[in-house]
Design a protein around this ligand. Structure first.
Ligand SMILES: [Zn+2]
Length: 254
């Protein structure tokens, strides 16, 4: 349990950092600025910045002005912590000394994939953007890493072409009204990470997740039929699901 807990806390801390990154819009501004309350602008001491625990300890309020802090923060932090802990459990297992070099490099790759997807999730959700400065380097790193792990280059390129092309066609047909250019790059990223079959799976899962979320929002009256939902957000979640359960999902269908 010890290592799982360490990975969870590490994931939660990274989640906290990614939220600051997405909020401030750039990595540089995330590492340089000091964290302050959005309402009273008080600079927050480290004890108020511990992921998940600070929010619980302060009962979801700023320690100074007592204004409430969104539940989204601890939820995202805990979510990313769990996501990384799950990778650890499934790839490294209970005895880390038994994991070989290949298992470690797959684990490291999947952690990188998950963090990239988490960042894109936040950017699309909060800003409606999938910035090139995140998607493009992620595509290159994903391709190289997968090739080093012995993946078939054709499979990865076909995945990029097909999933990226799926969005490119929509982009061209609608003249950029249905999807943005960022979606095309994110589609290509799915292919570079997951290959052809995985990329297509991610598309399906994203539509299912998106439909479920849309139905919930409609039922709660928090969205109308015209509300545009950020598709990159769903694609990011779907990418993680396929990364972890891709083979199980495939076995379910075939
Ligand atoms: Zn405050």
């Amino acid at each position: 349990m010890f290592f799982e807990l360490v990975v969870f806390l590490l994931g939660a801390s990274l989640g906290s950092f990614l939220m600051v990154w997405a909020e401030r819009g750039s990595f540089l501004r995330a590492v340089t600025g000091r964290s302050m309350c959005a309402h009273c602008k008080t600079t927050l001491p480290p004890l108020h910045l511990v992921p998940v625990l600070s929010w619980l300890g302060l009962r979801g309020r700023c320690g100074y002005c007592k204004r409430s802090i969104s539940l989204a923060y601890p939820l995202f932090e805990a979510g990313l912590g769990l996501a990384l802990a799950l990778l650890w459990v499934s790839l490294i297992g209970p005895d880390a000394t038994l994991a070989d070099a290949h298992a470690w490099s797959v684990f490291a790759r999947d952690v990188f994939f998950t963090l990239s997807l988490a960042l894109l999730f936040l950017f699309d959700l909060r800003r409606g953007l999938l910035p090139d400065r995140i998607t493009l380097p992620a595509i290159v790193i994903a391709l190289v890493w997968n090739l080093l792990l012995g993946k078939d280059v054709g499979d990865l390129l076909w995945g990029m072409l097909l999933v990226g092309g799926f969005f490119l066609i929509q982009y061209l047909v609608s003249k950029g009204r249905w999807v943005g250019g960022g979606d095309i790059r994110m589609g290509a990223l799915m292919g570079a990470m997951l290959g052809l079959v995985g990329g297509i799976q991610a598309l399906f899962v994203a539509y299912i997740v998106g439909a479920v979320v849309a139905l919930i929002l409609l039922a709660e009256g928090r969205a109308t039929k015209k509300t545009a939902l950020p598709f990159g957000t769903f694609l990011a979640v779907a990418g993680y699901i396929v990364l972890v359960w891709g083979e199980e999902l495939l076995a379910l269908v075939f």
